[in-house]
Design a protein around this ligand. Structure first.
Ligand code: PGA
Length: 252
């Protein structure tokens, strides 16, 4: 069996319950389960239950929330807690997506709290890190990624980080049609891997790439053994296109 791969769809603010049911009906026959491949759908909160029901027959498919509050309950208008997301059908949580950080002012401290709470609840966190174009051009890619990792991981003991998943998503590549080259991505993946190693985190934490992935660049990205899967926004919204991406051959 080849190395495990994760294909994570981030639907952002698209696809309500009816659209999710329609998506599943069209997608499932095109994407039969493949050994060693796991699929995630990070859907709007109102869609979690419909998506969980629509994919219920597929143990290789998980449903996730795109954001949560770290408190279990309370007076936090407009937020959802991890227990609420889980009750709706989510088993994974996207944490620290760049749109949360840059459009909604989410801080590294908040990202850390969300990660801690997600792990404590036994759900799978998908932690996103990545630099802006100005940071890259200023030669600060490494320091930004390390700072984001520190903000999220420092509060947690290394042996409590199971089942962490990380995605490297350069902000300048998200939704811009401008993806990082496989070499750019691999360089940051190695940095992340080194940081995890230094923390004593187990060596097989999956590190995904995200940012303007499509069915063409997916082939060259997945040809690199440092890349354990893909986090995909725009190109995950159509069942036919997403089915093509999750079937991308892995050349070992
Ligand atoms: P994109 O989004 O694939 O549309 O660039 C990726 C993401 O935001 O996770």
């Amino acid at each position: 069996m080849s190395r495990p791969l994760i294909f994570a769809a981030n639907w952002k603010m698209h696809h309500g319950p009816a659209a999710a049911r329609d998506f599943a009906e069209r997608f499932l026959p095109l994407a039969p389960p493949v050994d060693g491949r796991t699929l995630w759908f990070f859907v709007p909160d109102v869609t979690i239950t419909a998506a969980a029901e629509a994919f219920a027959g597929r143990p290789d498919v998980g449903i996730g929330a795109q954001n949560v509050h770290w408190e279990g309950k309370g007076a936090y208008t407009g937020e959802i807690s991890i227990p609420l997301a889980e009750e709706a059908g989510a088993s994974a949580i996207l944490i620290g997506h760049s749109e949360r950080r840059h459009l909604f002012g989410e801080t590294e401290e908040q990202t850390g709290r969300k990660l801690t709470a997600t792990l404590a609840a036994g759900l799978t966190p998908l932690l996103c890190v990545g630099e802006t174009m100005a940071e890259r051009e200023g030669g600060r890619t490494e320091s930004i990624v390390l700072r984001q990792l520190a903000g999220a991981l420092d509060p947690i003991d290394a042996d409590r980080l199971e089942p962490l998943v990380i995605a490297y998503e350069p902000v300048w590549a998200i939704g811009t049609g401008r993806n990082a080259t496989p070499d750019d991505a691999v360089q940051v993946h190695r940095l992340i891997r080194m940081d995890l190693l230094r923390r004593g985190v187990r060596a097989d934490v999956p590190v995904l790439y995200g940012g303007s992935v499509n069915s063409r660049n997916a082939v060259e990205l997945l040809a690199r053994r440092e890349i354990d899967g893909l986090l995909v926004g725009g190109a995950s919204l159509e069942p036919e296109g997403w089915a093509e991406i999750v079937r991308t051959p892995r050349s070992e």
